[in-house]
Design a protein around this ligand. Structure first.
Ligand code: PLP
Length: 489
């Protein structure tokens, strides 16, 4: 039993807690993120003929050993058998060495469903295990995809409520409708006059408001976050790296043990960190290629070791990657420096000066696994166009960033490259149509139909059906009104 996996904080590694506590707390009180202590090995051979949910159970049992095996197996099967009933998560060959891992066949058509369907179950079970009988009120600031996926995941989950704050006129029209028409008795959806940063600042103020906390406490309500700093958001994403690798073996593209590169469109560094944990477990990943949009702070960091958030913020066509402070990078810094005190220092510099430098030794360790690149808005449009012309493949703007970066990566053509396709192109119809050189109708559903007609590829039914759904939420508030809004939930 002594070898059960425990968790520690990236800023204080004297701490040791179990996975249920890490998931319930989300963030360590010292400001650090929770990371697993030690390592787990995968046995690829034993996963070979398993359905997706069985591989997920086998992997998650190792990382969440304090949860009962029965609970994990049941909840994992309930989610992945219904929503993602395809073993490899849809690995589509683009050409002989380039593959698209389509992770958007779940309920909200973005990869975040893989984690946000499971997180509410892990959270509710953690409360039971730790005898916490408070109501959990989840607050989410979103630029689009997280909000929708979190609403869907927490919809009518007992003992929880969820409120999502998004920038008014700052999401795609489909993303807005996905949120505003969402069912559920325990949900609220609120637009904020401002951009994503204003929404995030408002939510952070609510988390730090002592008076609000006291008021909620007296009603047995505790605030919680569904953002990707939570270990429960990251761990389910390890699985599809493993199943896609097995799928490449099954297709005969590679032999077991051959290296595969993964190119990941990156914002908060969560999805690509899941690949890092898969590699640490022994999955033969060659390079993890970090693909950034014009907000290329990560690409610069991975080249130079300088993290510098003091730069212009660009609003791009891949809004889920418009991030200048990438939270999950802290986990990588901890693992590659092995030193919580160093991480604490860098994060203090980031908070105070917006920048830090990790030094050559840590940089060269990181560069043993990671490479990076980035794409301009024009290059994203070109990529959407060229990948459709050449391969009849329709790509959303986030995925197109990764395709662009993959084409320019050092090993391209020498070994298979898997691009993680993170959203359905039909969440971003206008941008995709415009990139293909087509006229863009004013109405988003006309744009959707035009894209279907032109491409011959049908849109997900869940997106098409939004047209006839009733809009339930139309609140718009100022950034300063988040606290009073939370009080009135
Ligand atoms: C969230 C998101 C990303 C970025 O993922 P991270 O884990 O934040 O790096 C990329 N693409 C889409 C479509 C997303 O929703």
């Amino acid at each position: 039993m002594g070898s059960l996996m425990k968790y520690t904080s990236t800023r204080d590694d004297k701490k040791e807690i179990q996975s249920a506590e890490a998931i319930l707390m989300g963030l360590s009180p010292d400001g650090g993120l929770f990371v697993p202590i030690g390592n787990r090995k995968i046995n690829l051979e034993s996963y070979k003929n398993m359905p997706y949910a069985d591989v997920a159970t086998a992997v998650l049992e190792q990382f969440l050993p304090d949860y009962s095996e029965g609970f994990l197996r049941d909840s994992i099967h309930k989610i992945y058998d219904n929503n993602f009933n395809n073993k490899a998560g849809y690995l589509v060959p683009i050409n002989e060495h380039l593959f698209s891992l389509e992770l958007w066949h779940g309920p909200t058509s973005a990869f975040k469903d893989y984690a946000l369907q499971l997180l509410p179950q892990l959270l509710v079970e953690a409360k039971k295990m730790l005898h916490d009988d408070n109501k959990t009120q989840v607050l989410v600031a979103t630029s689009g995809d997280t909000g929708t996926a979190a609403l869907q995941g927490f919809c009518n989950v007992e003992g929880t409520g969820i409120a999502v704050f998004y920038p008014h006129n700052g999401t795609s029209e489909i993303q807005r409708l996905q949120m505003a028409t969402q069912k559920g008795d325990n949900i609220d959806v609120i637009a904020i006059r401002g951009n994503f940063d204003d929404a995030q600042r408002g939510v952070k103020l609510a988390f730090n408001d002592l008076e609000l906390a006291r008021n909620l406490d007296s009603r047995k309500i505790k605030l919680s976050s569904a953002n990707s700093i939570n270990w429960g958001r990251l761990v389910p994403q390890i699985v599809y790296y493993i199943t896609s690798y097995i799928c490449l073996c099954d297709k005969g593209t590679i032999n077991a043990g051959d290296l595969v590169d993964y190119c990941v469109p990156t914002g908060n560094f969560g999805d690509i960190m899941a690949g890092y944990y898969a590699k640490r477990m022994g999955l033969p990943i060659g390079q993890l290629i970090c693909a950034s949009n014009q907000n290329n702070v990560l690409a610069d960091f991975l080249e130079t070791g300088h993290y510098n958030a003091n730069r212009d913020f660009y609003k791009t066509s891949s809004p889920s990657m418009d991030i200048l402070v990438s939270s999950n990078l802290e986990r990588l810094l901890y693992h590659e420096s092995g030193c919580a005190a160093k991480v604490r220092g860098w994060m203090e510099q980031l908070a105070n000066k917006g920048a830090y430098h990790v030094g050559d030794e840590v940089l060269s360790r990181i560069r043993g696994t990671f490479t990076a690149g980035w794409a301009t808005e024009e290059q994203v449009s070109e990529e959407i166009q060229s990948i459709f012309q050449e391969y009849q493949y329709l790509s959303d703007p986030h995925t197109a960033v990764a395709f662009r970066v993959a084409h320019n990566s050092v090993n391209y053509g020498k070994r298979p490259t898997v691009v993680l396709s993170t959203a359905s192109p039909y969440k971003f119809c206008s941008k995709v149509l415009a990139s293909l050189g087509k006229a863009v109708p004013d109405d988003e559903f006309d744009a959707l139909e035009a894209l279907e007609t032109y491409s011959g590829i049908s849109a997900p039914g869940t997106i098409k059906s939004l047209k006839n759904k009733k809009v339930r939420f139309e609140y718009v508030i100022d950034p300063g009104q988040v606290v009073e809004t939370v009080l009135s939930l």
